[in-house]
Design a protein around this ligand. Structure first.
Ligand code: ADP
Ligand code: MG
Length: 568
């Protein structure tokens, strides 16, 4: 009777369910499993830090719509990825984590790396299970992939003790799972579409908010058509950028505060009314604003604010049907409308302010001084993230997000350290689906420190990633050389070193020398431009551009204090 090894069953089940990429760090007891993955035709990318591997796996899930797998060892390995699992779950991105576990014979008596892994994962998962036998593996793999991708996407965890991984199953006994079809498209109730259309047509100050649910739904063609024809002002969320191009005339990102504050009807397309959108409440919104909320997940409806029209649907069919309704009456929200005039004035004012700052190339450079155009950007860093998010006015001068799913950032969970992992995934995605593109990974010096060693992964797999380190010597901001030395000249370093301070002008770009490659250090705008040009020539390797900016450079003045101003 033919027997099949458990590791082969796992690998072939994943392959059967459409999984293509595995990111991980091997060790006992998952070494043979990683080799089985390759033998089954899955792509395996060995990383340097489990968290980064988990970030890479979820980014590939967001980009392809099929979950990436993150493979880790037992105990500490699994614990190291729980941060990544939480990030994926909070972002609603599909991910499967596979953990090795201690031999079941040794459970309860102090087995090697023994740890309650299924329980540990459960709060960050839609599905967490330990297949009881090798023969049952296909059942759980199918369920894991289905849970990760159907409904609101999220995380699944599969736990494999060493003894299960080393076992075999009789071929005839192996569970036959069907490869399930792509997630079903949820269509909106027709009456709700009509109510939504009516509300929008009656609005004096309408606003469309395009969230990352729209990006995940691949609703770009439909929404571009919708915005172009209705001429409604729209605002992308950070990762909703590029679904409709930032360069579209209807994009009001540069007047974000005004648009949110004064809109009377908001069409919310795949975005949650959480901190990123100030909970949908005053004073960031008009207290009488009406929301039309569209989300794939019914539990999300009415969250934080009771919506006037709440629709459980996929963004794509919803937008198509809404457009039909608006088009039937030739609806167009023309520029002669008072609302458009207000928005236009504010957009121009804010663009001018930021442009002034970006034209100021005095050294040390400020935040806004020329940042190179992103191909597929992973922006990361507390301060830089904020700037990348809210001052797209500036980015648009140099490089607006014109394409969907071309921007990955700290996301809903506000996670630091995601940049290099995301960049690895984005670069693999480009290699396989959009050859010729280079990934731009914008990091603060602090963010880079979280998993800077993934630069070795990028070199090993020949990934075209340009890491730009916006270096201000600290977390939020640090000190210049003289001040840093002066404040630390006398006393116990643990008592006198400010917690926000990092090393002054650390030459991170020299890491490229470890691989016999070149990085760039820039203090002036011309050097930065030359470095970007040189980096753009590279096709088979990463590089680091380390840009020293003023440690006290700040963002453009804000009318609201970020995060603290919303009252519930
Ligand atoms: P953002 O960060 O852009 O504000 P969020 O992550 O807060 O976006 O919200 C995205 C929302 O989109 C989630 O509530 C999720 O359930 C929803 N969503 C995901 N995929 C789809 C889809 N295909 N159609 C509709 N909604 C979706
Ligand atoms: Mg910094």
């Amino acid at each position: 009777m033919a027997e099949v090894e458990a590791v082969q069953i796992i690998a072939e089940s994943l392959k059967q369910q459409g999984v293509e990429y595995v990111f991980g760090i091997i060790g006992i007891p998952v070494i043979e499993l990683s080799m089985a993955f390759q033998a089954a035709g899955l792509k395996y990318i060995g990383m340097r830090n489990e968290q980064a591997a988990c970030y890479a796996a979820q980014a590939i899930g967001y980009l392809t719509g099929k979950p990436g797998v993150c493979l880790v060892v037992s105990g500490p390995g699994l614990l190291h990825v729980t941060g990544g699992m939480a990030n994926a779950q909070v972002n609603c991105w599909p991910l499967i984590v596979i953990g090795g576990a201690t031999n079941q014979d040794h459970e309860g008596i102090g087995g090697f790396q023994e740890c309650p892994q299924v329980e540990l994962s459960r709060p960050y998962c839609k599905y967490a299970a330990r297949p009881a036998t090798a023969a049952l593996i296909p059942l759980h793999v199918e369920k894991a992939v289905r849970y990760a991708t159907y409904g609101r996407p999220g995380v699944a965890y599969l736990d494999f003790p060493g003894n299960i991984l080393q076992s075999k199953a009789q071929e005839s006994r192996i569970y036959k799972a069907l490869a399930h079809p792509a997630p079903p498209l949820a269509y909106p109730p027709h009456d709700d579409v009509i109510r939504a259309a009516k509300l929008l047509r009656q609005a004096k100050r309408p606003l469309v908010i395009v969230g990352k649910g729209s990006a995940y739904a691949h609703a770009e063609n439909t929404l571009r058509h919708f915005i172009e024809n209705t001429n409604l002002p729209f605002l992308p969320t950070p990762m909703g950028k590029g679904v409709v191009s930032d360069t579209a005339p209807q994009c009001v990102s540069s007047a974000r505060t005004l648009a949110l504050q004064k809109a009377d009807v908001v069409l919310l397309l795949g975005a949650r009314l959480n901190w990123i959108l100030h909970f949908g409440k005053a004073p960031r919104y008009d207290k009488d604003v009406k929301f039309i909320q569209v989300d794939i997940n019914p539990e999300e409806l009415h969250n934080s604010v009771v919506a006037s029209v709440a629709i459980q649907a996929d963004i794509r069919p919803f937008a198509e049907q809404l457009f039909e309704q608006m088009n039937a009456v030739n609806f167009r929200f023309g520029y002669e409308q008072d609302w458009w005039k207000q928005l236009a004035v504010k957009c121009k004012q804010n663009r001018d302010t930021v442009q002034k700052m970006s034209l100021n190339t005095e050294t040390p450079l400020n935040y806004y001084a020329g940042v190179p155009p992103p191909a597929r950007a992973a922006a990361q860093g507390h301060d830089h993230r904020q700037r990348g998010r809210q001052h797209h006015g500036h980015w648009s001068l140099h490089a607006a997000n014109e394409q969907p799913r071309h921007r990955l950032d700290a996301g809903t969970f506000g996670t630091m350290g995601v940049g290099p992992g995301f960049a690895v995934a984005a670069a693999l995605f480009c290699r396989d689906f959009a050859p010729g593109k280079r990934v731009l990974c914008v990091e603060g010096d602090s963010a880079f420190g979280f998993s800077g060693m993934e630069i070795e992964t990028m070199v090993r797999y020949k990934l075209p990633v340009t890491i730009v380190i916006v270096n201000n010597n600290g977390i939020y901001g640090g000190f210049d050389k003289d001040t840093f030395e002066a404040i630390r000249s006398e006393g116990d370093l643990t008592q006198i070193t400010p917690p926000s301070a990092l090393g002054v002008q650390v030459r991170y770009e020299e890491m490229m020398k470890m691989f016999g490659m070149q990085g760039y250090f820039c203090t002036e705008i011309e050097q930065l431009q030359a470095a970007v040009k040189a980096a753009n020539q590279l096709t088979d390797r990463p590089t680091i551009i380390n840009v020293a900016i003023s440690p006290s450079s700040d963002r453009k003045p804000q009318s609201f204090n970020w995060l603290t101003e919303s009252k519930l």
